[in-house]
Design a protein around this ligand. Structure first.
Ligand SMILES: NC(=O)c1ccc[n+]([C@@H]2O[C@H](COP(=O)([O-])OP(=O)(O)OC[C@H]3O[C@@H](n4cnc5c(N)ncnc54)[C@H](OP(=O)(O)O)[C@@H]3O)[C@@H](O)[C@H]2O)c1
Length: 298
């Protein structure tokens, strides 16, 4: 598995990352999860993606149970988590409305909660989950500074930020944001065309890519029938499966995006991670784009 250098070489991620958004749906025991993480490591997948909100604020604690059972895993992993979203659920009895909160005190409290739930001392990377219209960038900068000084977070990044939102927050920080985690797939190429990936590439920042398979919709949603057909056709040419061709679509982008695999099925994880060895040529890549959009390029 390739590695991607971040933070001026002080940190690296595996090219494919394991996502844990759906962990609470996988019905894994802590022991099952230890095995799943170990099998990922055997594939070279060392980076794990979490968020406080996953599983209605319960996912990190499940992952933490596995780490408690197998503490040797911690140092083999780069653990990424996110904060800044709140919504009403059992874990948040005082919240009555879904909202974003990037105030200093809330962010510090959210990162500390993630550490406590995961049962670790330091998050390798912590991201602001969504751009907050009420974000006071100086407040965020102070929260980041405090978390860094306390040794609670090594590096910071953002998720779902536009280029200008990224640039604005970066302008107030004494250290570089190391990633922007974006939805990137054949069915969502917004960041390819809106300048976001150009901005990241210009600044030598590598994006993490979420829902590279459209959250699973590419497999059965009628609106993606043409895309499936084209991906299967290209798969036959390249001796690759549908999911691998769609992962290869993301991997082909020059920004060196790091796809986050969302499956809890280790055979699928293995297959999708294998996409790093698949190279789409120009016509194959553009034919997937055309099939997904339903119209040819101008
Ligand atoms: N920053 C953000 O705002 C944000 C938002 C969403 C996600 N994320 C991150 O990105 C990660 C990946 O997102 P995602 O889960 O939406 O990824 P995805 O790969 O687009 O979708 C995963 C879904 O597709 C299904 N799937 C995978 N391979 C399949 C196959 N061959 N046939 C049928 N179904 C298949 C999986 O089911 P099985 O488990 O049964 O294989 C799972 O339900 C998340 O875990 C999370 O870490 C971040």
């Amino acid at each position: 598995m390739q590695r991607v250098e971040l933070a001026n070489g002080d940190l690296s991620f595996s090219r494919c990352i394991q996502g844990y958004w759906r962990l609470t749906d996988w019905n894994m025991s802590a022991q099952d999860l230890v095995r799943f993480v170990e099998q990922g490591l055997e594939l070279g997948i060392t980076t794990t993606d979490h968020a406080d909100v996953y599983g209605a604020f319960t996912e990190e604690a499940l992952f933490g149970k596995a780490l408690k059972l197998a503490p040797h895993l911690r140092d083999k992993l780069e653990i990424v988590s996110k904060g800044g979203i709140q919504f009403p659920c059992e874990q948040k009895p005082d919240v009555y409305l879904a909202h974003y909160n990037t105030s200093k005190d809330y962010l510090i409290q959210a990162a500390e909660r993630s550490l406590q739930q995961l049962g670790i001392d330091t998050l390798d990377v912590w991201l602001i989950h969504r751009p907050d219209p009420l974000m006071d960038v100086d407040d965020v900068a102070e929260a980041f500074q405090r978390l860094k000084q306390a040794g609670k977070v090594r590096y910071f990044g953002v998720s779902n930020f536009s280029a200008s939102q990224f640039s604005l927050l970066q302008s107030r920080l004494a250290f570089p944001l190391i990633t922007n985690q974006l939805e990137i797939s054949a069915v969502n190429t917004d960041s390819v065309f809106d300048g976001n990936l150009d901005y990241l590439t210009q600044n030598n920042i590598k994006p993490m890519a979420w829902s590279c398979l459209g959250g699973g919709k590419v497999f059965d949603d009628p609106q993606y029938a043409a895309l499936r057909h084209k991906a299967l056709e290209i798969g036959e040419q390249l001796n690759a499966k549908l999911d691998q061709i769609l992962m290869a679509f993301v991997l082909r982008l020059p920004c060196e995006a790091m796809p986050i695999i969302g499956s809890g099925n280790i055979e699928r994880v293995k297959q999708q991670a294998g996409a790093v060895d698949i190279h789409l040529d120009h016509q194959q890549w553009f034919s997937l784009l055309e099939a997904a959009r339903g119209f040819p390029i101008p």
